[in-house]
Design a binder for this molecule. Sequence first.
Ligand SMILES: *[C@@H]1O[C@H](CO)[C@@H](O)[C@H](O)[C@H]1NC(C)=O
Ligand SMILES: *[C@@H]1O[C@H](CO)[C@@H](O)[C@H](O)[C@H]1NC(C)=O
Ligand SMILES: *[C@@H]1O[C@H](CO)[C@@H](O)[C@H](O)[C@H]1NC(C)=O
Ligand SMILES: *[C@@H]1O[C@H](CO)[C@@H](O)[C@H](O)[C@H]1NC(C)=O
Ligand SMILES: *[C@@H]1O[C@H](CO)[C@@H](O)[C@H](O)[C@H]1NC(C)=O
Ligand SMILES: *[C@@H]1O[C@H](CO)[C@@H](O)[C@H](O)[C@H]1NC(C)=O
Ligand SMILES: *[C@@H]1O[C@H](CO)[C@@H](O)[C@H](O)[C@H]1NC(C)=O
Ligand SMILES: *[C@@H]1O[C@H](CO)[C@@H](O)[C@H](O)[C@H]1NC(C)=O
Ligand SMILES: *[C@@H]1O[C@H](CO)[C@@H](O)[C@H](O)[C@H]1NC(C)=O
Ligand SMILES: *[C@@H]1O[C@H](CO)[C@@H](O)[C@H](O)[C@H]1NC(C)=O
Ligand SMILES: *[C@@H]1O[C@H](CO)[C@@H](O)[C@H](O)[C@H]1NC(C)=O
Length: 362
Amino acid sequence: MAKKGVVVQVLLVVAITVCCLGATEAQSQSLGFECRSDSVQCRALIDYTAPNNTNYRAIQKLFNVKHLIDIVGANSLPANTNGTDPVNKGRTIRIPFGCKCRNSTGLSSNRRPVYTVQSGDTLSHIAEEVFSRLVTWQQIQAANNLTDPNKIDVGQEFWIPLPCSCDQVNDTTVVHYGHVVASGSTVQQIAQQYGTTQDTLLNLNNMTDPNKLQAGQILDVPLKACGLNVKNESLDFHLLVADTTELYTANGCVKCRCDTANNLTVQCEPSQAKPANWSTCPTMQCQTSDSVQLFIGNATDSCPRTTCAYAGYAANQTIFTTLVTDSTCPASGASRITLPSSFLSIFFASIAVYQYFSCLFD
Ligand SMILES: *[C@@H]1O[C@H](CO)[C@@H](O)[C@H](O)[C@H]1NC(C)=O
Ligand SMILES: *[C@@H]1O[C@H](CO)[C@@H](O)[C@H](O)[C@H]1NC(C)=O
Ligand SMILES: *[C@@H]1O[C@H](CO)[C@@H](O)[C@H](O)[C@H]1NC(C)=O
Ligand SMILES: *[C@@H]1O[C@H](CO)[C@@H](O)[C@H](O)[C@H]1NC(C)=O
Ligand SMILES: *[C@@H]1O[C@H](CO)[C@@H](O)[C@H](O)[C@H]1NC(C)=O
Ligand SMILES: *[C@@H]1O[C@H](CO)[C@@H](O)[C@H](O)[C@H]1NC(C)=O
Ligand SMILES: *[C@@H]1O[C@H](CO)[C@@H](O)[C@H](O)[C@H]1NC(C)=O
Ligand SMILES: *[C@@H]1O[C@H](CO)[C@@H](O)[C@H](O)[C@H]1NC(C)=O
Ligand SMILES: *[C@@H]1O[C@H](CO)[C@@H](O)[C@H](O)[C@H]1NC(C)=O
Ligand SMILES: *[C@@H]1O[C@H](CO)[C@@H](O)[C@H](O)[C@H]1NC(C)=O
Ligand SMILES: *[C@@H]1O[C@H](CO)[C@@H](O)[C@H](O)[C@H]1NC(C)=O
């Protein structure tokens, strides 16, 4: 009896090990992140797992993210998230950062983030604990030309070279997201979650066998992205909105999402966040011929339907708006808006006619 019990237990353990674990525990390592478009710069994302109880402000500082609202958007957090709000140990937060291709490798640009050595630090502590294995100590050593990795001084500043890429994937512009693989997840499941395919992930990450996925591995995940439909003189002309994230622009006054289900159409609305560089957010209203008041994100219910869309911003506290008319009138869409008499469909369909009524608010 006792012997049989032991055998059954051993078999169970073997069975669990063989069939139930997707990714297995291992050192973090990135295999992909080729970046062939040399000297090109872009925005990228990477997962950071808090090594202990901390808050958003501390994470923002650690990664030298300019505005807290950029972290809020990357993680689709509530717009009123406060820097002092806690981030518990083990929680994963997406960090937005600038990326540059150099010598076929993508690394965080402008020699950022910069980490200042504290008393008691070692390179491996900085790599493994402080930055949760997003880099190895060898990568920090190489990026900073350190001849002796054991000789580091308090106050010395090190560039932490985060892995990233600016390359197109299958001729499509994407936002590269360094996803830290959780224990038990599979390539197929990650592909599904982020709107890509297993083959794409395997190719991009130089993997041949999906079963070789390891927990802690930094997987290069290409997120679909929308370009902003803004005037070419707008300060955010080059920005992309990645799927599953939100982007705060116009100094935080406008919040945009990418609707991947509708031909990658971008949707923006007033953010309700405190502006980063302006005392208040300017009016975000379109000029209409009739008495109807349309703010960014609002649409009329008449056909052709007219939507008030975001069209960019300028440093002088100006937000541009434009009226976009959709001549094809879908039977019904996801309803939400809002004009005086009835509920209307929000503008989810593709833009057929794109009209500029010069709607500048001074
Ligand atoms: C964040 O919370 C602190 C107190 O926890 C408060 O003093 C501060 O005003 C808040 N900041 C914002 C922007 O709400
Ligand atoms: C570029 O990469 C190659 C091989 O990875 C290496 O031999 C070469 O030294 C690198 N060049 C520079 C300028 O870093
Ligand atoms: C939090 O983690 C950092 C990095 O590992 C460590 O230096 C620091 O002492 C920790 N702080 C607390 C309060 O545990
Ligand atoms: C490291 O050395 C290389 C080649 O000698 C040089 O191009 C680079 O600027 C150096 N980086 C730093 C941080 O000193
Ligand atoms: C491009 O798409 C094809 C099929 O749609 C896929 O098999 C291939 O892996 C993709 N390439 C990359 C680099 O992901
Ligand atoms: C991809 O993997 C092959 C074989 O393991 C290796 O020779 C090659 O250098 C890798 N390429 C990249 C970009 O890591
Ligand atoms: C911006 O667009 C306008 C027309 O819409 C064009 O005349 C102008 O040359 C463009 N400017 C730049 C810098 O591309
Ligand atoms: C999606 O957008 C592209 C480019 O704007 C356009 O050519 C295409 O017809 C659109 N497809 C659909 C289904 O609306
Ligand atoms: C804030 O706006 C002014 C112009 O209004 C600009 O010169 C400055 O660079 C901006 N600062 C930041 C941090 O964006
Ligand atoms: C228009 O958009 C604003 C801002 O997003 C929203 O508060 C409002 O409910 C919408 N509808 C109307 C009729 O203003
Ligand atoms: C603000 O700047 C934009 C573009 O730079 C310009 O078109 C607009 O007239 C300016 N508005 C004011 C009030 O200066």
